[in-house]
Design a protein around this ligand. Structure first.
Ligand SMILES: [Zn+2]
Ligand SMILES: [Zn+2]
Length: 500
């Protein structure tokens, strides 16, 4: 178990972005669950429960309360994702958007003198598209989607561009007012600027200006994301300088020439690089939101949604934990309970049977449950697994045979297919003494005759068995087959007579 810092973070439900907890059984898997009683940390595979479970989930080892660590713990830390944020706008949808903005900017530059009104409309479109796209990027990333929004997805009927304008005006007014109050006012301005990203994020995920300006929601968002939020602000401040820095990369002479000859190209470059850094910042904000989506009530994208609660899987996982802790009697007891709850379930029966045979402590129970498990395999058309189950039981109860003649015949047939004739004969060879009145006897002995003839090349024994059947079970449904088979053996055994 890796120590986390700060250690009591899980209890408060807050997580930091640097430290990470790992599963006690999987050193390379981030933990999703933590027992508040004994501190055991488990990955989703070891504790496949749903965080939306209505019941309080308990720890298998100590019965303490299990606490969901949230997706944030299993997600890579914010800092490690920097290259991903900067590569995000370069995916096809993002590139297409950048090209669209650049083309619109060039067009508006060309039209500026001749058709001022058209150019103004274009410029308005560019600004509105830029804002709408930035907000949708935040929204998409907050749901864990990896692809940027397509251009068609920007026209979803929500006039967030105007709301964003409203948001900017509201913040401008508040900052303006704060500016009149000297030193405390400056502190207020800094605080307000720090809360602006939270408002933008709220606008992106809720699409409403009221939510974005609700001081309780804004402060709650910043508080819930904690230190990550402060880190985000620092990164955003640096990233916001991006377009300027990008322009600085162009040699001064080229810049002057562009300004004189084709200012619209320069404008297009500036707009596209602003949009690029907008997307980078949007993906950063979205990632932070996604890390905390459970706390913030954001519905994740389908591929990130936690699977619905599967009680059976969780109970199976509990047994596996008990085995890992070498608590075999507890594991066995747990599995016996599961067999009662899921009587026809093959994986449950299989695991129970394995544990039972491995412990070897209770031969009576082994016999009882082997019969039950074999029957389930037989009914479920999983006959090829039957011989392995029988052999496991025989290691605890030597010479064990199922009571059911139908099961024995099925097992013998499997052994026959595997060309293991001795164990096949061992299962059904003495049925005329063990179960002379069984309805299964003719079919079993017909199989026995085939094993002797086709497997052991002992036609004499095979004929003896067939004769016994014809004598003791006259008029049986299989009589025709038995007689035919008898004729075949005879003809093949005596080629001279077969021709005649
Ligand atoms: Zn515990
Ligand atoms: Zn694990």
């Amino acid at each position: 178990m890796l120590a986390s810092w700060p250690s009591d973070d899980h209890r408060s439900g807050r997580r930091n972005i640097v430290a990470k907890d790992y599963c006690v059984y999987h050193a390379d898997k981030a933990a999703n669950w933590n027992c508040l009683g004994c501190g055991t940390l488990l990955c989703q595979g070891c504790f496949p429960a749903s965080p939306e479970s209505a019941r309080q989930l308990y720890c298998t080892l100590c019965s303490g309360n299990m606490h969901f660590l949230g997706v944030a713990n299993s997600m890579p830390p914010f800092w490690s994702q920097m290259p991903r944020f900067f590569a995000y706008p370069l995916k096809s949808n993002g590139l297409m958007f950048l090209v669209l903005l650049a083309v619109l900017t060039m067009a508006s530059g060309r039209l500026l003198h001749a058709h001022g009104a058209v150019a103004a409309v274009l410029i308005f479109m560019i600004v509105a598209l830029g804002i709408r796209q930035g907000l949708r990027v935040i929204e998409f990333c907050s749901q864990g989607r990896s692809k940027p929004p397509g251009i068609a997805e920007l026209f979803d009927g929500n006039s967030t561009a105007f709301k964003m304008l409203g948001l900017a005006i509201a913040y401008g007014v508040m900052i303006g007012i704060a500016g009149r109050f000297g030193m405390p006012g400056i502190a207020g301005m800094v605080g307000l600027s720090a809360l602006l990203p939270a408002s933008i994020m709220l606008l992106a995920i809720h699409g409403s200006l009221r939510d974005a300006l609700d001081p309780i929601q804004v402060i709650q968002l910043a508080a819930r994301t904690g230190w990550s939020y402060l880190g985000l602000i620092l990164v955003l401040m640096v990233t916001a300088q991006g377009p300027q820095q990008a322009l600085g990369l162009i040699p001064a002479a080229t810049l002057v020439r562009l300004k004189e000859n084709s200012p619209e190209v320069l404008m297009a470059l500036l707009v596209a690089s602003s949009a690029y850094f907008n997307m980078v910042m949007g993906s950063m904000m979205g990632y932070l939101l996604f890390q905390h989506h459970q706390d913030l009530g954001i519905r994740p994208d389908a591929e990130h949604r936690v699977a619905p609660a599967d009680n059976r899987a969780l109970e199976m996982a509990r047994a596996a934990i008990l085995v890992r802790e070498s608590r075999y009697p507890d594991a066995l007891r747990h599995m016996a309970g599961m067999v009662a709850d899921y009587p026809g379930d093959l994986p449950v029966l299989e695991y129970h049977h394995k544990l039972l045979c491995a412990s070897g402590a209770d031969p009576d129970r082994v016999q009882l449950h082997t019969e039950r498990y074999l029957k389930a395999l037989f009914d479920g058309q999983r006959k090829n697994r039957m011989t392995g189950v029988l052999e496991a039981a025989c290691r605890v109860v030597p010479h064990y045979k199922p009571k059911s003649i139908a099961l024995r015949r099925a097992l013998a047939e499997e052994y026959f297919l595997q060309r293991q004739f001795k164990p096949a004969i061992g299962l059904i060879g003495m049925l005329h003494k063990e179960a002379p009145t069984s309805k299964e006897l003719p079919a079993a002995y017909y199989l026995l005759a085939r094993i002797y003839s086709e497997g052991l090349r002992d036609d004499g024994k095979a004929l003896m068995i067939l004769d016994f059947l014809l004598k003791h079970c006259p008029g049986h449904a299989l009589s025709g087959d038995i007689e035919n088979y008898r004729k075949v053996i005879q003809s093949l055994g005596q080629p001279g007579q077969a021709v005649a």
